[in-house]
Design a protein around this ligand. Structure first.
Ligand code: C5P
Length: 219
């Protein structure tokens, strides 16, 4: 396999779900396994990059030569990303970040009593958009998990979040995307696009990183 295409490059990426606490024993989260992000981290390290992986709670082993930082919540993920963003060449937001967190996290376990209960949520910061709006930003790549109008929504996110590239996957297709071992991606950048057909996540990661490398600004 391939030469060390990314030798000398620094790459930071997020992976996995985030957990948003309700009280000390409960949280909301999602079904992200972290497999795509960990495959990207492994492939990038194999291609010679210096890789930092900010991961939500997942049960995956850290790929060789990858520096891993574990976080729980979206806010922790943002803090960790911002602490490490300096001098990165590439940022990939692969994490399934919770869009909302609980407005007030109870400090003690909540007790059941009333038949109905309401919890109030507030928006989480958008980590990807925050990185993409930095003045000296790295080449910034987002993911978009969609169930319909994949191209339209992905291109919308590319523009709105000021990304350099977006990799979209159709999560309504059985056996692909969330928690699966295989995936397929439609990749868009401001003046081009490419379809990466269904394959295992490591092969797909290598193809996506090759595309990213082709689009990197030449310094
Ligand atoms: O807008 P949407 O959540 O679909 O965008 C998905 C992309 O944005 C992914 O790359 C995800 O990692 C990133 N994201 C983020 N912070 C959020 C929400 C999404 O970095 N709070």
């Amino acid at each position: 396999f391939a030469p060390k295409l990314l030798a000398g490059k620094k790459l930071l990426l997020t992976a996995g779900p985030t957990r948003e606490a309700i009280d000390p024993v409960r949280y909301i989260s999602n079904h992200s396994s972290g497999k795509m992000g960990f495959a990207l981290a492994q492939a990038a390290a194999e291609m010679g990059a210096e890789v930092t992986l900010v991961s939500g709670p997942v049960s995956l082993t850290t790929p060789a030569r990858v520096v891993r930082i574990n976080v729980d919540s979206a806010q922790q993920m943002l803090t960790s990303v911002m602490e490490n963003i300096q001098s990165q060449d590439i940022f990939i937001g692969c994490a399934a970040v919770a869009d909302y967190r609980f407005a007030d996290v109870a400090t003690e376990k909540m007790k059941k009593s009333a038949e109905h209960m309401q919890l109030s949520l507030v928006r989480n910061p958008d980590i990807l958009a925050t990185v993409a709006s930095l003045t000296d930003k790295p080449f910034t790549v987002g993911f978009a998990a969609e169930t319909n109008n994949v191209e339209q929504y992905a291109k919308g996110k590319l523009t709105r979040k000021k990304l350099d590239m977006i990799a979209a996957n159709d999560v309504s297709v059985q056996g692909l995307g969330f928690n699966a071992d295989n995936n397929a991606l439609q990749v868009f950048w401001p003046n081009g696009q490419q379809t990466l057909p269904t394959t295992d996540k490591l092969s797909l990661a290598r193809q996506l990183l090759t595309l990213i490398n082709q689009q990197l600004p030449t310094k």
